[in-house]
Design a protein around this ligand. Structure first.
Ligand SMILES: Nc1nc2c(ncn2[C@@H]2O[C@H](COP(=O)(O)OP(=O)(O)OP(=O)(O)O)[C@@H](O)[C@H]2O)c(=O)[nH]1
Ligand SMILES: [Mg+2]
Length: 543
């Protein structure tokens, strides 16, 4: 990429233009307003040409364009990436040595929606001072002055951060309840083959979180980058696509490192959410019990903490909407210190709740009834099983209808069911599992999954009609392994056979082969659960 130079270039020697061009190789650090080397050169050229020079810097510190003006005025270079405008800073020289921003400068700042505008006073090759203004969402631009002696102590990134966190609360862009957010999905795929399925799930998750998917882009994992997730070229493509799709949130299929998160945010100017953040958002919307809410808030805070840099920088970068919703009414707007306090507080409270549940559980165990836990990938039919079991046993079902959404069930539900005169069990419905289950989340929900650890037997529900049924079932086995529950007696429910097409039969056979005690069933069709209970009672007898 070569930097664009526009404006009045008459009478300027090619070699000098070359010098200006060469500046694009010098990187500006996030903390710097501009690399001092670049500034020195700009001041020299200003003297040489006696003209204004303007440059654009991206938030990631790249020099994007330059323009040379007539003596007192410069026509700003065209901004190609419109959506990036608000993350661009314009820095320009004033050959008169006067470093006050003109009213033209201010109007350029607002009309181009730049991030900031700086006027650099240059007189006889020396810096006289800098005045700069930051655009704010509300109120007039924030203006400050820097002297030639201490301008390089100024921390640009910090200043930006504190400006956004001191914004009055109501100026935040809160997405109105019925205006859905527009998400653009990105993913790295391991081979050419599995893209479709990977994104299918992310798309489902996004839908469950209540955002519209307006675009998708994938790259092969081997071309990805540790700094920016996507490789350079793909990133450029992404910027173009984002602009077309008018997305306002970027969702990534993997867990992002803080660096990747920040780089993507800066490059795209959008709110960036990773898979973990998205799942947590869904959990936050769905948690009902006191314990569930505590678990989710705790997991959210722990997930966000590493992404915050600098003191006083609040989560305002997220702006609101998906990814910022806490369980109940809580809003995630704490700064680091308050976050840590909150985490401590939540941990204490959770401990108490867990103790209470322990008592409940012990009472249940004392009832002497065997505990059966439903486990399985999300959306396979666990809750539907629970409902059907209660109906067929003649108990009135108070279980909320299963929904065709991921993570419909979050809080564990336990019900006693009398199947016949010889079998009575406690059936417990649990949170569904998911591939790439964030470690943070797994730990948070281990408590919930204690129900599983306490169980005498498991019913593993598989959506046998799903193209990735086998992979999903293996994920479930992995989690069970981590919970130390892999050798509990288990039945496999091959559910949704009503949806199975003849060409899927071989896969069904595989499932039957690999998983213990398979029972083919369609729960929504209301198939009898008798075969399940028969196997179960014999398994329990051999305990
Ligand atoms: N076609 C068909 N759909 C089914 C069957 N069993 C369940 N479903 C549907 O699958 C969807 C998910 O069912 P749930 O019972 O909520 O699944 P779950 O495993 O509890 O899901 P989570 O709580 O999200 O983990 C619902 O829309 C059900 O109606 C079945 O046998 N056939
Ligand atoms: Mg459920």
């Amino acid at each position: 990429m070569t930097m664009d130079i526009s404006g009045d270039l008459s009478g300027i020697r090619a070699s000098q233009l070359q010098e200006l061009k060469a500046l694009e190789d010098i990187k500006t650090e996030p903390s710097q307003l501009i690399n001092p080397g670049i500034l020195r050169e700009l001041i020299q050229l200003t003297r040489l040409w006696n003209r204004e020079i303007a440059v654009y810097l991206s938030r990631s510190g790249r020099l994007l364009a330059a323009a040379v003006g007539r003596h007192a005025q410069v026509t700003l270079p065209q901004i190609k990436r419109r959506s990036q405008g608000k993350h661009l800073r314009c820095i320009h020289t004033h050959p008169s040595g006067n470093f006050q921003l003109s009213s033209l400068d201010y109007s350029a700042l607002t009309s181009l929606e730049l991030e900031s505008m700086a006027a650099v006073g240059a007189l006889e090759g020396k810096l006289t001072g800098i005045q700069m203004a930051f655009l704010r969402e509300e109120g007039p631009p924030y203006t400050l002055e820097l002297s030639p002696q201490d301008w390089h102590h100024f921390d640009y990134q910090d200043c930006l951060g504190s400006l956004s966190s001191f914004r009055p609360a109501k100026s935040k862009k809160v997405t109105p309840k019925n205006a859905r957010e527009r998400a653009f999905l990105i993913a790295l795929q391991d081979s050419e083959l599995d893209t479709y399925e990977d994104l299918l799930e992310l798309r489902e998750l996004a839908r469950t979180a209540g955002v519209d998917v307006v675009g998708e882009l994938v790259q092969l994992r081997r071309y990805g980058q540790s700094r920016s997730y996507f490789g350079r070229g793909k990133l450029e493509e992404l910027l173009h696509r984002l602009q077309e799709s008018e997305a306002n949130v970027l969702i990534c299929d993997d867990e992002l490192s803080p660096t990747q998160m920040r780089t993507l945010e800066m490059e795209t100017g959008l709110k960036v959410l990773d898979r973990t953040g998205l799942i947590l958002d869904i959990f936050a919307q769905r948690a009902r019990s006191r314990e569930g809410k505590l678990q989710v808030e705790l997991a959210q805070l722990k997930h966000l903490l590493p992404y915050l840099t600098g003191q006083g920088q609040a989560l305002s970068r997220l702006g609101g909407g998906v990814g910022t919703r806490g369980p109940g009414e809580t809003k995630l707007e704490l700064d680091r210190r308050r976050m840590r306090d909150r985490i401590n507080h939540l941990e204490k409270e959770l401990k108490q709740v867990l103790q209470h549940r322990d008592v409940q559980r012990r009472q249940r165990t004392r009832s002497g009834l065997p505990i059966i836990a439903l486990v399985g990938y999300t959306n396979t039919g666990k809750t539907t099983f629970m409902k059907l079991a209660m109906e067929q046993a003649g108990s009135r079902s108070d279980i909320p209808m299963g929904e065709n959404k991921l993570f419909a069930t979050l809080d564990p539900i336990v019900r006693g069911i009398k199947i016949d005169s010889s079998l009575e069990v406690l059936l417990s419905d649990t949170v569904g599992f998911i591939r790439k289950l964030p470690t943070q989340l797994l730990r948070a929900f281990i408590a919930t999954l204690e129900e599983v650890q306490q169980a005498d037997a498991l019913i593993h529900v598989i959506d046998a009609s799903h193209r990735q049924a086998l992979e999903h079932a293996e994920t479930v086995r992995d989690v069970l392994d981590q919970l130390g529950c892999l050798d509990k007696p288990a039945i496999t429910l091959l559910n949704k056979i009503d949806k199975i097409k003849p060409e899927d039969e071989p896969e069904l056979e595989d499932l039957e082969k690999y998983f213990p005690y398979p029972v083919k069933i369609s729960l929504t069709r209301g198939d009898s659960l008798k075969p399940v209970w028969e196997i179960l009672s014999s398994l329990l007898k051999h305990e």
